[in-house]
Structures are given as structure tokens and as C-alpha cells.
Design a protein around this ligand. Structure first.
Ligand code: BYC
Ligand code: FE
Ligand code: FE
Length: 471
């Protein structure tokens, strides 16, 4: 078991104090991070006590400590899972060779780019969510928002640790650049599309944490297989924290759906909007938006980049070791639905080139689980409406379906018809305006906004009424 230096200025289990040069470099980056956090982190709650979970080790049991903390005093640490003795590269052209403990020279730039891209999403999401505290539907939700935010901050630390440790001067420059780009800024945007989209209401936040954080889960699963061992170990531990983020999204949408059903039961002839709720077709339009922009995060369906990452042993499939037998994948093909004329025809693509699609398909299956739960709640309430994931080609901006006018049920139609019907499928300015009009803060312990049901339980065995944030 690696030792944890919890009282170092940067808590860590990587024996930072034995590498003075690295420690100094990170201690130099730390105030820049804090300045970014103060400028771009949650606005308005920095002096409040928040009941937060802090990672204090990478042990399976007891890795987290729960207590009140002011966010700027959160102890962002560096934790990697323990090394596996004699770990081998698990896939690609170098399969069965010893895993890399240093950056392999020939893959340096590609690896750096993967780490920077991963790292960029973490502060981006904090920036996207920075105003949501002002309209939290309850103290419980406010606390969950901040929990997600501080942990995305820690994930930035995780990537910056790799950049500083293994990439020398350009790694340090990339670490600075991670604090300079800004979500949605036209001159220096965040790298990936979804991380420049506004997240200005809580329904968007729940959709984001359900769909976009789940892309994080799948990207981290594939990097957790990396032959570059420090990256694999970092991502494995990040996945531990990620589960809660997706829980916030899944239960958040569920509670919106439950409340819509309650309001419909009060008066089945009335739209829940008449009673200050969110109607289910609105939930569907938000779902369509966030599912489709999150699919874009998987990159192109057919990608030579993805083939190269796999060949180089840098990025595997989710659960590469557990789920697959052939880890070299030179002969296998993968079926990718491709548009031919106006129909989808399955095209067999060399699997290495289809790795983004392999990963995406696993993601889609995982997404469906939550949708099934939401639908079960609607069914139990006695209503026939059903939510569904749109077709993977719907509303895409990246990959083989980019800019194709495909309907949510997977029909290619004329561009003009698609444009005309767009508002049936995606949130409109009026939708956003309506949802935003519901976003009135509720900060009394135990109370909840009218448009959402309370959670079935609180955090860490505490009741919903607990004062999760002391304002
Ligand atoms: N937006 O070969 P292609 C998370 C670019 S989320 C803009 O198809 P590739 C989190 C691409 O860079 C997980 N550009 O793609 C969640 C390439 O550019 P060049 C984040 C895009 O490389 C919530 C070109 O298009 N982690 O952790 O196979 C809260 C052709 O690309 C996009 C990672 O992403 C896009 N959506 O795959 C907080 C893991 N997609 O080369 C955190 C690391 C593609 O033509 N990143 N492009 O200049 C990767 O593995 C890959 O970079 C991607 C792209 C999967 C993203
Ligand atoms: Fe993250
Ligand atoms: Fe996350």
C-alpha cells in the first residue's frame, strides 16, 4: 500500500516530497489553480461551509473523508491506485511487453495530447456550472453540485500531475494553458464541443452529469487500460469519484420526471407546466440535446487516430482485460451503420479504426439503463409517455453523421424538413426561458423547489433535511 502524505501542502500518495523539483513545480502551479478556482469556480459560495467528501487515499474502503469545508480550503490531492506488480501492456502492437513507467519517446506527443484533452474537460465543466448555485432547488442539490465541482478540480490536478511529472517544460506549459482556456470563449475555447455548451439550468446540469460525465466514465475506462502505467493508475482512481457524478444526473432527471408525474396526477387534463413543473416532452428535448453532444465526444466513428492510440497501447477499449480475448485486433471487423443514400447500411470496418464506435456503443447501452428507470417511474405513476434515446446519427457535429438531417428515430429527411421540425426535437429558446423561469433558489434545510421531487435519501446516511451547506 502506498503511503499517503495527507498533511503535505499537496496531499498525495505518490511520494511527492521525495522529488523536490516536481514538488516545487506543482507548488508553483497551485496558486494559479486557486486563482482560477476563485475566478471561475462556483460563484458566490466560496466562504460557506459545505459538507463535502474529500479523497484521502486510494484504498478501496475508506478512501474518502466527509466533513464541512469551505471550497477554497478543499484539499485537492494526487492519488493513484496502487501499482500492479509486473504489469504488462494489455493490447495493441506492444501487448505483453512491460507497461511503461516513463513516456515512450515515439508516443510522447500523442500521449500528451490525450492527457491534455482529458484534463481540459475537467475545469471546463466547472466553468459551465459556475452560476448554478444561485438557483439550487435544495441544499442537498447545492451540495452535490459543489461536490462534483471540487472533484472535477481534483481531476484537473490528476492530469496536471502527469504533465508536470512526465512531460518536462512543455508539460508545465500545457498545465498553464489548462487554466487559460475558457468554456464558451470564442477566442480560447475549451477543446471539445460539449464543454463549450452553456449549462444554465438544473435540468441541463442533470442531463450533463448523466450523459456527459458518462462519456468521462468511458474515456477514463479506456485510458485506465493504458500501457502508460501512471495514466492507467490515475484514471482508475478518478473512476471511483465519477460514479457519484452520474448518480447526481440519474437521480436528478428521475426526480424531475417523478415531479412531472405527481403534477399530472393532480390534474390529468393539465400540462404540468400549468402547475410550475417540467413536462415530459421538455425532458425528452433536453435528453436529445445532451445525448447527441455527448456522442460527439467519442470522436469520429471511423478514426485513424483511434486506431493509432490502440496500436500504440495508449488507449484501449472499456474493460479491455476483462471483456475481450483478442487484444491485438488485427483481423477483427466491427459493424458501423453508415448512410448509403437515405438508408443505414452496416459497414464492416477494421476494428482498430472503429474503436471510437466500440466505446460509444458500450456507452449507449449504459445510457439506456437510466432511461429505463425513468420510464419505469412514469409507468408506475400510470402514464403512457416514454422517454427514449435518439438515434446515434441524430443532431451530430462530429464523425460520419455530422450535419446529416436525421430524425431522432433514425430517418434521413430533407434538410429543409429537418430545419422546420427542429423545435419538436431540441430545446428552443422558449424552452430554456421557461425552465430558467422555474429556477428559484430554495436554501432552507429540508425544503425543495416545486418542479422537482426530493431525493429518496440524503448523503452518507444523513437525512434530506440535513444542513448540507451552511449559508
Ligand atoms: N469536439 O479521429 P477523430 C470527461 C477532433 S469527458 C471538438 O474522430 P479521436 C468529463 C479531434 O481532436 C472525457 N473536436 O477523434 C465529463 C481530431 O482533431 P485533429 C474526456 C473534436 O481523436 C464531464 C478530429 O476532430 N476525455 O472527462 O479519435 C465533466 C478528428 O477526430 C471532437 C477524453 O476525451 C469534439 N467532440 O477522438 C468533466 C479522452 N471529437 O486531429 C469531465 C481523451 C473529435 O483533426 N481524448 N474532435 O486536429 C480522446 O481520446 C480523443 O481526443 C477523442 C477524439 C475521443 C476526444
Ligand atoms: Fe472528471
Ligand atoms: Fe465527473
Amino acid at each position: 500500500m502506498s503511503t499517503v502524505n495527507q498533511y503535505d501542502s499537496i496531499p498525495n500518495n505518490v511520494d511527492l516530497s521525495s522529488d523536490k523539483k516536481l514538488q516545487r513545480a506543482l507548488e508553483k502551479w497551485q496558486p494559479d489553480f486557486l486563482k482560477w478556482w476563485t475566478d471561475m469556480g462556483p460563484e458566490g459560495f466560496q466562504q460557506d461551509q459545505v459538507y463535502l467528501r474529500t479523497a484521502i487515499s486510494a484504498d478501496n474502503d475508506g478512501w474518502a473523508h466527509f466533513d464541512y469545508v469551505k471550497m477554497p480550503d478543499y484539499r485537492w490531492g494526487i492519488f493513484l491506485t496502487d501499482p500492479e506488480p509486473d504489469r504488462k501492456i494489455g493490447f495493441g502492437d506492444f501487448a505483453a511487453e512491460p507497461a511503461w513507467q516513463q513516456v515512450p519517446g515515439e508516443h510522447r506527443n500523442v500521449l500528451k495530447r490525450l492527457i491534455v484533452t482529458q484534463g481540459d474537460t475537467e475545469p471546463a465543466s466547472v466553468e459551465q456550472q459556475r452560476l448554478l448555485g444561485k438557483t439550487a432547488p435544495s441544499l442537498y442539490d447545492l451540495r452535490n453540485l459543489f461536490q462534483v465541482n471540487v472533484e472535477e478540480g481534483r481531476h484537473l490536478w490528476a492530469m496536471v500531475y502527469l504533465l508536470h511529472s512526465y512531460f518536462g517544460r512543455d508539460g508545465r506549459e500545457e498545465a498553464e494553458a489548462l487554466l487559460d482556456r475558457r468554456s464558451g470563449n470564442p477566442d480560447r475555447p475549451r477543446i471539445l464541443g460539449a464543454f463549450n455548451e452553456p449549462v444554465e439550468d438544473w435540468l441541463s446540469f442533470y442531463m450533463f452529469t448523466y450523459f456527459t460525465d458518462r462519456d468521462g466514465k468511458y474515456q477514463l475506462l479506456s485510458l485506465a487500460e493504458s500501457g502508460f502505467d501512471p495514466l492507467a493508475r490515475t484514471c482508475r482512481f478518478m473512476l471511483t469519484e465519477e460514479a457519484h457524478h452520474m448518480f447526481v444526473g440519474e437521480t436528478g432527471v428521475l426526480r424531475v420526471v417523478q415531479r412531472a408525474c405527481e403534477l399530472m396526477k393532480e390534474d390529468p387534463n393539465e400540462n404540468p407546466r400549468a402547475r410550475g413543473g417540467v413536462d415530459l416532452p421538455m425532458v425528452q428535448r433536453y435528453l436529445n440535446q445532451w445525448f447527441s453532444v455527448s456522442l460527439d465526444l467519442f470522436g469520429g466513428e471511423i478514426s485513424s487516430n483511434a486506431a493509432n492510440y490502440f496500436a500504440a497501447g495508449l488507449k484501449g477499449r472499456a474493460q479491455e482485460q476483462k471483456k475481450y480475448e483478442d487484444h491485438v485486433v488485427l483481423d477483427a471487423v466491427y459493424g458501423v451503420p453508415t448512410l448509403e443514400g437515405d438508408r443505414f447500411v452496416t459497414q464492416d470496418v477494421p476494428m482498430r479504426n472503429a474503436m471510437n464506435t466500440v466505446l460509444r456503443d458500450a456507452y449507449v447501452e449504459d445510457c439506456q439503463r437510466g432511461v429505463d428507470k425513468w420510464n419505469k417511474a412514469i409507468e408506475e405513476a400510470g402514464f403512457s409517455y416514454r422517454l427514449s434515446l435518439p438515434h446515434v446519427a441524430f443532431h451530430r457535429a462530429i464523425g460520419i453523421y455530422a450535419d446529416q438531417p436525421v430524425t431522432p428515430d433514425g430517418k434521413l429527411i430533407a434538410r429543409e424538413e429537418w430545419d422546420r421540425r427542429r423545435d419538436e426535437w431540441l430545446p428552443t429558446p422558449a424552452d430554456y426561458e421557461y425552465v430558467r423561469s422555474l429556477m428559484m433558489p430554495v436554501y432552507e434545510p429540508g425544503r425543495i423547489a416545486n418542479w422537482i421531487a426530493p431525493p429518496s435519501k440524503g448523503i452518507k446516511g444523513l437525512p434530506f433535511e440535513f444542513e448540507y451547506v451552511k449559508l
